[in-house]
Design a protein around this ligand. Sequence first.
Ligand SMILES: Cc1cc2nc3c(=O)[nH]c(=O)nc-3n(C[C@H](O)[C@H](O)[C@H](O)COP(=O)(O)OP(=O)(O)OC[C@H]3O[C@@H](n4cnc5c(N)ncnc54)[C@H](O)[C@@H]3O)c2cc1C
Length: 452
Amino acid sequence: MTDRVIQIIGGGMAGSEAAWQAAEAGARVVLHEMRPAVGTFAHRTGHLAEMVCSNSFRSDDDEQNAVGLLHWEMRAAGSLIMAMADAHRLPAGGALAVDRDPFAESVTARLRAHPNIEIRAGEITGLPDTGPAIIATGPLTSGALAQAIAAETGQDALAFFDAIAPIVYAESIDMSVAWEQSRYDKGETLEEQRAYINCPMTRDEYETFIDALIAADKAEFHEGETAQYFDGCLPIEVMAERGRETLRHGPMKPVGLTNPHNPTVKPWAVVQLRRDNALGTLYNIVGFQTKMKYGAQTAVFKMIPGLQDASFARLGGIHRNTFINSPTLLDGQMRLRSKPHIRFAGQITGVEGYVESAAMGLLAGRLAAAEVLGHSLPPVPQETAMGALVHHITGGAEAKTFQPMNVNFGLFPPVEGFRAGRRGRVDRYKAYTDRAKAAWTAWLAPQRADAA
Ligand SMILES: Cc1cc2nc3c(=O)[nH]c(=O)nc-3n(C[C@H](O)[C@H](O)[C@H](O)COP(=O)(O)OP(=O)(O)OC[C@H]3O[C@@H](n4cnc5c(N)ncnc54)[C@H](O)[C@@H]3O)c2cc1C
């Protein structure tokens, strides 16, 4: 047993899992949680691992769904969050729904009872001077700590809102309608000159689209969410409400683009999609942040010519969310490059969702424990859900447009030899999950041997 104690700040999904993993590996942990003395607008209790909104861990299908695969990988790694979610599971078809209060109470009780874990109540207001430390303070990180993080990383590298444009799987875009071109063919290389995918609209299509945007069902803002956000990132439907031509002079302007499928006709408006990951499997719809409800988004965005069969890796949204620009700030071991004694984990790293946040806690806890116990862990294979996520946030994502991300198969290196598109999907997804399970099992095996 080492004398070095891992300080974990924030006892939510990520901090709780990180504490458990580090303690189970044999390291000593102090877990700091500010609730109930200091609250947030979303949390209601003083329990660790409180679910702030929905009670779902989403799909539990580990053969056909990326988040279901992440459940599988976490269970294989002895995850506390998954074990307690399973123990308090509610009937919900293929989804893993959780009885939230007993779940949070049992996570809290298990952490309190662990001999290697001390839980300390109170807000931490500055970055730890010595390590190892893990910051897992989540989307509602308290103001004083957020300021300290911004002072270290630079204001531009810490966001307080996410304005997420929908993200589409590249393979589901109809390229017999859309085409690749940067506005005015800008760029030195052919790749840059073709960096965007363009979807053309006629005048009628544009008018019908604007009507649909204005009529669509919108989500309400949570209390305390609206401050500051209107400055830079208006929801697309708000732009449409301000004037029918606003979008045509904004994100949907048709200038500097020629449709090779119909070169003599100028489109009335153009929707542009920009590459969202290094693999080129995901594209975001430029400027289309939105508060439309998810069902409405799918219906409205499929009206865009070329996106009629689109599959969405994630839909758009605007939320209060504190997160750092991980692709520039963190190394592959989730350490802050400028202060490597500090790791970040959970939603503050730019993943999104209970499961993804807990998963990043799991990894950070194992990495920190390995460090204090004097061994190192090899990089997590990118073929696993865990590896695909951590690789995305620490380097695979486009840093300039970095926005929080759910786990999805678009983050995985493609599997070869399967049919593209919907028809090949079942076999392709099974191949992704089989490959991931083998790689994850192999990554875990030496750690089990070490612990034995
Ligand atoms: C309003 C809202 C609704 C959401 N709805 C959903 C949903 O339905 N489904 C979903 O999957 N995800 C949802 N999310 C995202 C959700 O917050 C994350 O998925 C998940 O809780 C993040 O885990 P985390 O551990 O990173 O952060 P959290 O679970 O929020 O944990 C962070 C912890 O750090 C503590 N803390 C903060 N600052 C300090 C400090 N300075 N010192 C000490 N402790 C501190 C907080 O009290 C908290 O307990 C929602 C987020 C918000 C804000």
